[in-house]
Design a protein around this ligand. Structure first.
Ligand code: HEM
Length: 500
């Protein structure tokens, strides 16, 4: 090849590659901005409208890789938002992006979050890969169907009779598990806590006892979670494909249980009241004003998604409570004192519902563990119509990611935010800055149940045991749930004063 030819090819390569890269980098953003401008020009002649600042990354993948990088590699999840604040300014706390395969507006300011979460007519809930949560589950339905199912579930969790049943059904699992941990002497806390919370959740929801099948179910739930945070690519080997398979397997297990109950009642092998205490029966028996019951599919979709929504989050909260208590002996001593006082003079250490209102300090420990763990980092909506906020437009059909987590560890709202300090809850937080359980008509339906289950766990832990982190300086990973990278190995012993 001649020198001239070589120079020509080299020049082409050096010029064309960066140009092509620039074109790929710009084209996604340019495409969506142009489509937005065209649509707005047609409908809103003369009115000045604009998209929030930001960038939409490369076609299809958008900025999903950058988000994953901050969560999985850098392990600084809020770095993703901080980078945007630095580049585009804090403004009204909204940025355009492209995540999980869809054009997206990220909102990350207390007022903007509240605006989105409370504008029910403008923003609908939209999970990526909705089928993974069940198309007729409470997480996916809107309007009157949502109100109907939500009303029932919230009532079930808050009714004294149900709470009494929940406390009664959950405690034997917890007590037995703690005994077995002390027998082992050393545990990987993340693994053990997850196991016991899964078992007690299955007990409460479908009266199912631990077995090799429940171990498999736990793995399938992890698969579903992986599919929810994956790109919308359903090919063999992708996380979404795996998540869908896991969901089908779970559905089949719950369906078998449902059919068993129906047949038992039909053939007189059991009365409806025999299953009265768990949530599955509650959902099967639920009737609306016209006396209509939920279809089998609706019961199944809801029960699967409730178990899913429940145990992952509670396990994470309990793990972080145990973790911080191990590092905070003064706080643990206060917790122990309160729990010992509650049990004083009683023949059993089992908590009753009457005990809960007396456990004021325990309630603060629970709240603080949930705050610092930031268990629900973000929630998803879709704009039902074009919505104006703070001088910007959130376009119809775009995904809206409400970034809850940053404000809970922001020094503007929580003093020394990274310190575990239950006493900060002596005063209510600044208005709008506590979105631990979301806000608006989609506020966590299980928050009472979550608080109750965590309280039960802390009661038995603090009364009967002592534990020590074997690797207190381990780093933290954030996917699928925040936890120490090594799962928090602990030395775990029975207290000499224990009656457990
Ligand atoms: C510490 C534990 C928990 C945290 C931090 C948490 C957090 C949240 C958040 C932030 C939302 C709002 C989602 C949105 O706006 O789209 C939510 C919704 C929900 N949570 Fe929880 N949650 C927890 C435990 C539970 C438990 C134990 C259950 C039930 C078993 C549960 C069931 C639900 C349901 C059904 C919804 C959807 C409500 C609706 O759409 O009306 N959660 N949760």
């Amino acid at each position: 090849m001649q020198v001239g030819d070589l120079a020509w090819w080299l020049g082409l390569l050096l010029g064309a590659v960066p140009l092509a890269a620039l074109a790929v980098w710009r084209c996604n953003d340019a495409w969506y901005c142009a489509a937005f401008a065209l649509r707005q020009r047609r409908w809103r002649r003369g009115r000045h409208v604009r998209l929030p600042p930001g960038h939409m990354g490369i076609p299809f993948f958008g900025e999903t890789a950058a988000l994953s990088w901050y969560f999985k590699v850098a392990r600084r999840p809020d770095g993703f938002i901080e980078a945007r604040k630095k580049r585009y300014g804090e403004g009204v706390g909204m940025y355009r992006s492209h995540l999980f395969g869809r054009p997206t507006i990220i909102v990350c300011d207390p007022a903007a979050n509240k605006f989105v979460l409370q504008s029910h007519d403008n923003f609908w809930l939209r999970w990526p890969a909705r089928d993974l949560l069940g198309l007729s589950s409470m997480f996916n339905v809107e309007g009157s169907m949502h109100r109907r199912i939500r009303g029932y579930v919230v009532a079930t969790f808050s009714k004294p009779r149900s709470r009494r049943n929940i406390a009664r059904m959950a405690q034997p699992c917890v007590v037995e598990a703690l005994r077995s941990w002390a027998d082992k002497g050393t545990i990987i806390a993340a693994k053990e806590i997850r196991k016991v919370m899964f078992e007690s959740t299955l007990e409460i929801f479908i009266s199912m006892k631990a077995s090799p099948l429940t171990e498999k179910m736990d793995k399938w739930f992890v698969g579903v979670l992986g599919g929810l945070t994956a790109l919308p690519l359903d090919l063999p080997g992708t996380a979404l494909n795996h998540g869908r398979k896991c969901r089908r397997r779970l559905h089949a297990v719950f369906e078998k249980e449902l059919q068993k109950r129906k047949n038992n009642v039909k053939w007189g092998l059991a009365a409806e009241e025999d299953y009265d205490d768990d949530l599955m029966s509650g959902l099967m028996e639920m009737e609306d004003e016209q006396g209509e019951k939920l279809s089998d599919e609706e019961v199944l979709d809801n029960i699967v998604s409730l178990v899913f929504g429940g145990y992952e989050s509670i396990s994470s909260a309990v793990l972080w409570a145990a973790y911080h208590l191990a590092k905070s002996p003064v706080i643990l001593a206060k917790l122990r004192n309160e729990n010992a006082a509650v049990s004083e003079g009683k023949s059993s250490n089992f908590l009753t519902l009457d005990d809960i209102p007396k456990m004021k300090y325990t309630a603060k420990v629970v709240e603080e563990a949930i705050r610092l763990a930031n268990i629900a980092p973000m929630v998803h909506r879709v704009a039902y119509r074009d919505v104006e906020y703070g001088g910007y437009t959130i376009p119809q059909g775009w995904q809206v990611v409400v970034w809850l987590r940053a404000m809970h560890i922001d020094a503007k709202y929580y003093q020394d935010p990274l310190i575990f300090n239950p006493d900060r809850w002596n005063e209510p937080p600044m208005a709008g800055t506590n979105q631990l359980f979301g806000a608006g008509n989609r506020t966590c339906a299980g928050n009472m149940l979550a608080r109750l289950q965590i309280t039960i766990m802390l009661h038995h832990l603090s009364l009967g045991y002592e534990w020590e982190l074997l690797n207190p300086d381990a780093g933290v990973k954030y996917i699928p749930q925040p936890m120490p990278v090594d799962g928090a190995p602990m030395a775990f012993h029975r207290l000499s004063t224990s009656t457990q």
